[in-house]
Design a protein around this ligand. Structure first.
Ligand SMILES: C[S@@+](CC[C@H](N)C(=O)[O-])C[C@H]1O[C@@H](n2cnc3c(N)ncnc32)[C@H](O)[C@@H]1O
Length: 241
């Protein structure tokens, strides 16, 4: 196992170790965790962490005071890793780990907070296999992002929040439009510009040809997108007599 320590200052330090083949947390996970902490979204909440991988975001949510956390991943190894990391951080009783495709392992449950760091790298023509399933998002990067956008509203309790992290290469406007079409009020809450990550750098020419990267640019933005479900509609008030 390889170990990573994610400083989530000021409150929590998440210690995660990853089994071989399980995605190790990077700056995008830390950005999402920072947004969750700054907005105080996990405290007392029922949280669903999709694409949990090592479980870093799920554990961070539990350490931030979530009432319960459900962590889902398609990979058996990831689910085992997330379970071990929950135990390692002393939150094993509040983190439930489930294996399956996106929302499939959930019953009819709804959540106050849905966190997601999906595979979002554009450029792969073939369906991803093995470890690459953690980052390959299909030719436009939107294979999982679009499914998430379409299904999120149904999984959120009234007034609940989705926090999603992705790259600008995956399409900011497309995500905001799809979330709005799904009935959520969406906006970018954190935007961090930096050099292309190593995988995107390797396929920069292909990304330009696909129109996902501006000609001459070798930068991308990491975006944390927050989308809110409408609050429960109030029963109409009786007019005074
Ligand atoms: C980018 S990693 C994110 C890991 C972790 N949440 C983090 O932020 O470091 C994406 C994860 O999604 C999982 N995954 C890929 N396709 C999935 C699917 N259809 N349903 C559920 N999980 C999936 C992968 O196994 C991988 O662990």
């Amino acid at each position: 196992m390889s170990a990573t320590t994610a400083q989530l200052r000021p409150r929590a330090t998440v210690r995660v170790a990853t089994l071989p083949g399980v995605f190790r947390p990077r700056s995008d996970a830390l950005l999402l965790a920072a947004a969750m902490r700054e907005r105080g979204l996990a405290r007392g909440a029922a949280v669903l962490d999709l694409f949990t991988g090592s479980g870093v975001i799920a554990v961070a949510a539990a350490l931030e005071g979530a009432r319960s956390v459900t962590a889902v991943d398609l990979s058996r190894r990831a689910v085992l890793t997330a379970r071990l990391n929950a135990l390692r951080n002393g939150v094993g009783r509040r983190v439930r780990t489930l294996r399956g495709d996106l929302f499939a392992p959930l019953g009819g449950e709804r959540f106050d907070l849905l966190t997601a760091n999906p595979p979002y790298l554009p450029g792969a023509a073939e369906p991803p296999r093995g470890a690459a399933r953690a980052w390959e998002g299909g030719s436009d990067g939107r294979l999982l992002v679009d499914r998430l956008c379409a299904g999120a509203r149904e999984r959120l309790a009234p007034g609940g929040t989705l926090l999603l992290v992705q790259s600008s290469l995956t399409g900011e406007r497309e995500t905001l439009e799809r979330l709005a079409a799904g009935g959520l009020d969406a906006r970018v809450t954190i935007r961090r510009r930096g050099p292309l990550g190593p995988l995107a750098r390797e396929r920069a020419d292909e990304l330009r040809a696909l129109g996902r990267l501006e000609p001459g640019s070798d930068e991308e933005e990491l975006l944390v997108i927050e989308a809110s479900a409408p609050p429960l509609a109030r029963a109409p008030q009786e007019p005074p007599r």
